[in-house]
Design a protein around this ligand. Structure first.
Ligand code: COA
Ligand code: AMP
Length: 623
């Protein structure tokens, strides 16, 4: 039996022993004696009697072990011309001071702090400072607009908001103040203070309750790490669900630290001293796990890149970063590779760089199409590892487990379930389907450490959303199949979640915004296939009798409320939408009609031309 199979089978047969051993990689204040609390099943808690501090494990521990002078974080920002490296000692010191500043402003253990920042080192400092004092951070992606931000503020109820004055997109500076002010106008909750990092590209007009980051840290004494329960929340990360109300995924401290440390070794084959670059954003789960926590928990160097794969300055941006910093393991979304391939189809620009340090490229966040997989492998000459997971799990569910065994990969498949995850493909009655047959992908409970223990303040919604469809199993929301050799193929969401350029979005949230327009009677938003972004949303609206609207206004409304990242570019006015007798819009049926498929209907329409053909029919045109 190979090393992977052995590890996997042990994790299934003896999860307690498996995760007891893995916990030895973490420095505990109080080491776990109990490994799993299943007394409130289906809600489980890992390491219920243990105590630790995640920030200590990410920073102080390495300084104490002699890694103080090793770079912990390299901030590479071609959009601002900044390049700066922080050693573990420097990062620890900055974090300890900012933790003191947060405490000075009234942030206590268990309080929430919303972080709305661009890809600047201070975002990482703020996250780790929360961890240091036992506060709970909730980072909101900078591309989200006022409505999304307000929903998160109202659910997390932060004591303090930490924001940067702006973000920077290649073609424009994005001032954050209008979005933050509008969000606070919409929200019922009021944080007591806002800490603002002033960036030179755009100032923030400070109000009476605002504090300049520079003032907050001036003369501030560093503070120590506070021990917290392993089961205490480390962070909340809101993610899109079926409705417009985002889900507050909770991440605990203990299980998270153990799982991420394990994943670096078993999946990413990365260890202390590696230069790990996840080209994502701290606002997404990939950023939380693989820009911030996993590389630092491991004693690696992480690269924080502020820019795009193309246009900053050209499609060689990523190769320059790899060569300049000696990146050994790289992680990004397939969309980024597709964007590079579009600009530089032959990969000519790669030739200008020494990429010999690179051992492996990991891709996740959306389905990895075989063409992109083949292109990246051929151009880079390193293994390309597809890995499938979600905000909810926090680390890969399925992947080629490089650190355990170098197993052959297959195009279109994130290979095998990672140890700890009992992955099953089931039919509507919850029975496993045979190899080769499609079904719903579920994970047998308990989920391994690191996965969400619940939704913030809402056990009921957690159980209803994820654990009720197939009792004893977690519903991933993805459909797919195993092949005869045990390779998993993830075909896409079976709900109203879409992935646009690796960004997870809710069509339901966009529908809520469209429906709020006074001219709109009803509407539906679908994901349609896009060669570059994988999927893009498209809207259909039915107007109220006698009303008129310029579809461009509807597009602008979604951009303002949800954010530019929604990338809704087209809305068509139609005469009617097919409905059930009780008046429910048949979105699934429409996707099915448009796609010519049977159930389970994926959340995407593969061929936009089909929707083009369907739109005039729905509009009532004579065709
Ligand atoms: N702040 C403000 N605006 C943002 C933003 C942010 N953090 N991120 C994206 N946007 C804006 C973009 O500027 C764009 O605005 P526009 O409509 O004015 O052009 C809009 O949101 C849509 O963004 P996106 O879908 O990303 O398209 P793009 O054309 O700007 O970039 C790619 C396309 C492929 C280069 C880009 O999506 C990319 O690098 N993707 C990699 C995926 C990734 O990192 N995923 C994270 C999970 S692993
Ligand atoms: P997020 O929560 O933003 O990480 O998005 C999770 C969703 O992205 C999953 O439910 C999948 O639909 C999709 N996804 C992520 N990685 C992959 C992958 N490797 N293959 C197919 N789909 C993926």
């Amino acid at each position: 039996m190979g090393d992977y199979r052995q590890a996997y089978e042990r994790s299934m047969r003896d999860p307690i022993g498996f995760w007891r051993d893995a916990a030895e990689a973490i420095d505990w204040v109080r080491a776990p004696e109990r490994i799993l609390d299943d007394s409130a099943a289906p809600i489980y808690r890992w390491y219920p009697d243990a105590e630790l501090n995640t920030c200590f494990n990410a920073l102080d521990r390495h300084v104490e072990a002699g890694r103080g002078e090793q770079p912990a974080l390299i901030h590479d920002s071609p959009v601002t011309g900044v390049l700066r490296s922080y050693t573990y000692r420097e990062l620890r010191d900055e974090v300890a001071v900012f933790a003191g500043a947060l405490r000075n402003l009234g942030v206590e253990r268990g309080d929430r702090v919303v972080i709305y920042m661009a890809m600047v080192p201070e975002a990482v400092v703020a996250m780790l400072a929360c961890a240091r004092i036992g506060a709970v951070h909730s980072v909101v992606f900078g591309g989200f607009g006022a409505k999304e931000l307000a929903a998160r503020i109202d659910d997390a109820r932060p004591t303090v908001i930490v924001a940067s004055s702006c973000g920077i997109e290649p073609a424009r500076v994005v001032p954050y103040q209008p979005m933050l002010d509008a969000a606070l106008d919409l929200a019922a909750h009021r944080p007591s203070r806002r800490i603002i990092l002033q960036r030179p590209q755009h100032p923030f007009a400070l109000g009476a309750s605002d504090v300049d980051w520079a003032d907050a840290v001036r003369d501030q004494a560093p503070v120590d790490c506070v021990p917290v329960a392993a089961t205490d929340p480390l962070y909340l990360l809101y993610t899109s669900g079926t409705t417009g109300r985002p889900k507050g995924v909770v991440r605990d401290n203990g299980g998270h630290a153990v799982a991420l440390r394990y994943s670096m070794k078993a999946v990413f084959a990365a260890g202390p001293g590696d230069v790990f670059w996840a080209a994502s954003d701290v606002g997404w789960v990939v950023g939380h796990s693989y820009i911030v926590y996993a590389p630092l928990l491991t004693g690696a160097t992480t690269v924080l890149y502020e820019g795009k794969p193309v246009g900053t300055p050209d499609a060689s941006a990523f190769w320059r970063v790899v060569a300049q910093h000696g990146v050994t393991v790289m992680f990004t979304a397939p969309t980024a590779i597709r964007a590079i391939k579009k600009e530089d189809p032959e990969g000519t620009l790669l030739g200008g760089y020494d990429l010999s340090t690179l051992k492996c490229l990991f891709l996740a966040g959306e389905r990895l199409d075989p063409e992109t997989y083949a292109w990246a492998g051929a151009r880079l000459g390193v293994p390309v590892i597809d890995n499938w997971w979600q905000t909810e799990t926090g680390w890969p569910i399925a992947a080629g487990p490089r650190g355990l065994e170098e197993l052959p990969t297959r195009a279109g498949s994130p290979s095998f379930p990672v140890p700890g995850y009992r992955v099953r493909v089931v039919d509507g009655s919850g029975e496993d389907v045979p190899a080769g047959a499609d079904g719903a992908i579920v994970i047998g409970l308990p989920l391994p450490p690191g996965c969400l223990p619940t939704l913030w303040g809402d056990d009921e919604r957690y159980v209803a959303s994820y654990l009720s469809a197939f009792p004893g199993n977690y519903l991933t929301g993805d459909g797919g199949r195993f092949d005869a050799d045990g390779y998993l193929y993830v075909m896409g969401r079976t709900d109203d979640v879409i992935n646009v350029a690796g960004h997870r979005l809710s069509t339901g949230a966009m529908e809520e915004v469209l429906a709020s327009h006074p001219a709109v009677a009803e509407c539906a938003v679908f994901g349609v296939h896009d060669d570059l972004k994988g999927q893009v949303p498209r809207g259909l609206v039915v107007l109220k009798a006698g009303a008129t609207v310029d579809p461009a206004d509807l597009v602008a409304l979604v951009r303002e409320q949800i954010g530019a990242v929604a990338a809704l570019r087209r809305v068509d006015v139609v005469a009617g939408l097919p409905k059930t007798r009780s008046g429910k819009i048949l979105r699934g049926t429409m996707r099915g009609i448009a796609d010519g498929r049977d159930q389970p209907v994926p959340s995407t329409i593969e061929d936009p031309a089909v929707l083009d053909a369907l739109t005039p029919v729905l509009r009532g045109d004579r065709v």
